[in-house]
Design a protein around this ligand. Structure first.
Ligand code: 5CU
Length: 387
């Protein structure tokens, strides 16, 4: 194993860059940052990004925007490299012209944030920075395709941006919208990784009347949203038209792995969807990359089995009966979701980090090499992390 493949790389870690945080401060409807005065006369910033945000929003501070805080967090947890993305809701709430200008400015800001970061200690033939990034596209209704393509090209030209983060709404009609085809084509051609991340959850009426805080929208709503949007993308035949598109799903792809055979069966029984696809639905799961933000070894093992099994579902081939967990691990990547999920009590390390690392360490059937891959080696290759 080379030194570089032993690095710990966080592919799911967010920032509200100062320019974006100022925008949130200038607003008074969701999404926004509100400054409150506490009972003892101190000022406290609170973040409100979700519709019906419970408990008047959450406390936010420099860990959301200050690069030094990101680096301190990485040092505390032994994280060598972070591939940083703007946190939700990105530019979704802006008019097209403003979204386009801000996308371009924030991409430049993120390039600076990464380019001026320190280098890792890795002693190898390549210099490797500690920070790389996912850029942003102005994906909002009424934006012109030309504008979006211009930003794809901008991201591809910025040396420390290795992909882009995308929500689930596309330009208003979701990710199965044919109007996105030129965008997929440009992203595929540029070799950028698309990080698909939720924000809206699903119909909140299912959550009932009990006050469960953020638990249901975050634990279920977020991953269900990812499951639905990735399924719609698969059903629209995007992977048949753009077979080299690299799509990384947040939160280990939500419920997609658990539901993929049911999905395949429903397609088989419905000619409208079946006629659109070249392969069994399970084949497309093998085209995905998934973060390992699942917090449990059993879930990671299961998901890696399902991804690996997809190789048996290419049209015209026989189904492989034995999943190859090791093969599946090669499409999985450590992540933390920082700066979300901070510890409630002062603690040395964040549970959201230690649990995900422990989960990787405990997956049955992953070799030490597989685990090192998930911790960082896979990300080094996927994002080509070198100067
Ligand atoms: O805690 C949350 O609301 C979030 C969020 O909004 N985005 C995210 O990536 N993780 C957690």
């Amino acid at each position: 194993m080379t030194m570089a493949s032993r690095l710990l790389v966080d592919v799911h870690t967010h920032v509200y860059l100062p320019r974006y945080a100022s925008l949130l401060r200038s607003r008074s409807t969701v999404p926004f940052i509100r400054t409150n005065t506490t009972a003892d006369g101190l000022s406290e910033d609170r973040l409100l990004i979700l519709e019906n945000e419970p408990s008047g929003g959450r406390p936010v501070g420099p860990q959301y925007w200050d690069r030094e805080e990101k680096l301190k967090f990485m040092d505390k947890h032994g994280i060598d490299i972070s591939v940083v993305s703007t946190a939700n809701p990105w530019l979704d709430f802006l008019p097209a012209a403003q979204a386009q200008t801000l996308a371009s400015e924030l991409n430049e800001d993120l390039e600076q944030y990464c380019a001026t970061s320190p280098s890792t200690n890795s002693s190898g033939p390549y210099k490797i920075k500690r920070l790389y990034g996912f850029g942003l596209l102005p994906l909002v209704p009424e934006v012109s395709t030309t504008s979006v393509l211009r930003i794809v090209n901008q991201i591809a030209s910025l040396p420390h941006l290795r992909g882009l983060i995308m929500g689930t709404r596309g330009i208003g009609q979701g990710l199965d919208d044919e109007a996105l085809d030129p965008v997929w084509a440009a992203i595929e051609k540029a070799g950028l990784v698309v990080f698909l991340h939720p924000h809206y959850g699903v119909d909140g009426s299912a959550w009932g009347d009990k006050d469960n805080g953020h638990v249901l929208p975050l634990a279920l709503g977020f991953p269900f949203e990812t499951t639905t949007s990735a399924t719609r993308l698969i059903l629209s035949g995007v992977f048949d038209r753009f077979p080299n598109l690299r799509l990384l799903l947040a939160h280990s792809g939500g419920a997609l792995a658990a539901l993929s055979s049911r999905l395949a069966s429903c397609i088989d029984h419905d000619p409208r969807a079946a006629s659109r696809l070249k392969h069994d639905a399970r084949y497309y799961l093998g085209k995905l990359y998934l973060d390992a933000v699942a917090y449990g070894p059993e879930e990671l093992g299961f998901v890696s089995d399902v991804i690996s099994r997809s190789t048996g579902y290419e049209a015209g081939t026989s189904i492989s009966k034995t999943p190859d967990r090791s093969l599946g691990s090669q499409r999985m990547f450590f992540g933390t979701d920082h700066p979300f999920f901070p510890p409630l009590e002062p603690s040395e390390k964040w549970k959201s980090v230690t649990e995900n690392l422990e989960a990787i360490a405990l997956v049955q059937g992953w070799s030490e090499e597989d685990k090192a891959g998930v911790r960082g080696g896979n990300a080094m290759s996927l994002f080509n992390l070198r100067e």
